[in-house]
Design a protein around this ligand. Structure first.
Ligand SMILES: Cc1cc2nc3c(=O)[nH]c(=O)nc-3n(C[C@H](O)[C@H](O)[C@H](O)COP(=O)(O)O)c2cc1C
Length: 151
């Protein structure tokens, strides 16, 4: 089971999460989508494999529903040594702090011992690529390593 966690301000990250989970299921793995604000961080270490998706808001800040997840992780600092994660960020390259949100969350997960699988995927709202396409291209590249590690 791959858990797709999303944090968002205006819903785009949720759409990306749904697309990514659907693609994973079509490719024979189980996937569940969970909003970050509903994630019990004390149980994250048992999740095995998660895909973390977040946008960036304000001036390089975390969006509304990523912030509580991040704060809870930073406060409780669980040992995530058994956790593997893929990371996908949404942003807009007209901002100086392009895509900062996913980097902030990934850095904390790494600090807590989690191991990143593959490269961080990104969607740039300033470019013409549709969000679904960017998300699906990324998970398509990632899926072989996710499957290997999930087995
Ligand atoms: C008020 C506002 C501030 C934003 N600030 C940033 C930013 O600092 N860096 C960035 O990369 N993108 C920024 N963005 C772009 C969003 O991250 C992008 O539109 C994203 O697709 C939103 O996803 P969401 O609906 O999941 O929150 C900002 C967008 C808005 C509307």
């Amino acid at each position: 089971m791959i858990t797709v966690l999303f944090g968002t301000e205006s819903g785009n990250s949720e759409m990306a999460a749904d697309d990514i989970a659907e693609f994973i299921r079509e490719n024979g793995e189980e996937a569940q989508v969970i909003p970050m604000e509903d994630c019990d961080v004390s149980r994250l270490q048992d999740a095995g494999l998660v895909i973390v998706i977040t946008s960036t808001y304000g001036e390089g800040e975390l969006p509304e529903t990523t912030q509580p997840f991040y704060d809870a992780l930073r406060a409780s600092r669980p040992d995530l040594g058994a956790l593997k994660f893929g990371a996908f960020g949404l942003g807009d390259s007209t901002y100086e702090t392009y895509g900062n949100g996913i980097d902030v969350v990934s850095t904390l997960l790494n600090e807590l011992g989690a191991h990143q699988v593959g490269e961080t995927g990104r969607h740039d709202a300033a470019k013409g690529v549709p969000l679904s396409q960017a998300a699906l291209d990324w998970v398509d590249r990632l899926l072989p390593s996710l499957s290997r590690r999930a087995a």
